[in-house]
Design a protein around this ligand. Structure first.
Ligand code: 6GU
Length: 225
């Protein structure tokens, strides 16, 4: 999977890209995360990315030209071109609080269907609405307002990358986990010490009796909402 992120705050992504699992996945060439500064696609000396809304009103909007130039610069099969490449393809995603809420189901869909995800990180004041003609879908992280789409982009990269083959070392844990999430089958787990500030781990879990442990876990499943 190749990720392309268009943002006016590229340095937000520095540690996100360069730590832990995502770093390893890039080293293994399972994923690529390219972060692009929207200002690189401006034409004026001040590298202007925003402007006042026609008709007046508070706040500034992201201008259309740099956004479209950026999309066209690295989208392998742009939505606004007649012919997309065969097989897996690119998806251009606008991150905005008014988009459709991102879910685990959506993460699975993105991971399976596409080999390039392009994220446009909106700013909270907004963007020129004509951008909608150049994207495939609008996605929101949840029912609250953030200053921009950057945190949403990170969440979607992380949620999708870990579903790709080879990214998570322990495939079994991924299978168990997604099954558990889908079927609402998450049970509480504990590690050492056996007693912490008077709170004890259930003795069943210490028996080594796998049948009993499975029964205990089934009984203690916490239904997610
Ligand atoms: Cl994608 N952007 C902003 N600005 N706020 C959000 C969001 C996105 N998702 C939830 N809130």
């Amino acid at each position: 999977m190749r990720y392309d992120i268009i943002t006016i705050f590229p340095s937000f992504f520095d540690s996100f890209k360069n730590e832990s699992l995502l770093k390893k996945a890039q080293d293994k060439k399972l994923i690529r995360i390219n972060v692009h500064n929207l200002r690189d696609w401006t034409a004026d000396k001040h590298k202007t990315v925003d402007d006042k809304p026609y008709g007046g009103g508070a706040g500034m909007l992201l201008k259309i030209e740099p956004l479209v130039k950026a999309i066209r610069a690295f989208c392998k099969s742009p939505a606004h071109k007649a012919s997309a490449t065969k097989g897996k393809k690119s998806r251009v995603i606008l991150l905005t609080p008014s988009g459709k809420q991102f879910t685990q189901k959506k993460a699975v869909q993105f991971a399976k269907k596409y080999d390039q995800l392009i994220f446009i990180c909106g700013r909270y004041e907004g963007f020129d609405a004509r951008i909608k003609k150049y994207i495939d879908e609008e996605v929101s992280l949840g029912p609250y307002v953030l200053n921009g789409g950057e945190v949403a982009a990170m969440a979607i990269v992380e949620a999708t990358a870990r579903l790709l083959r080879g990214v998570i070392g322990n495939v079994k844990s991924l299978k168990e986990e997604s099954y558990a999430t889908e079927k609402n089958l998450e049970y509480p787990q504990y590690t050492r010490p056996e007693i912490f500030e008077g709170h004890k781990v259930s003795s069943v879990l210490l028996t080594g009796d796998h049948k009993k442990i499975a029964e205990w876990r089934k009984k203690h499943v916490k239904k997610s909402k």
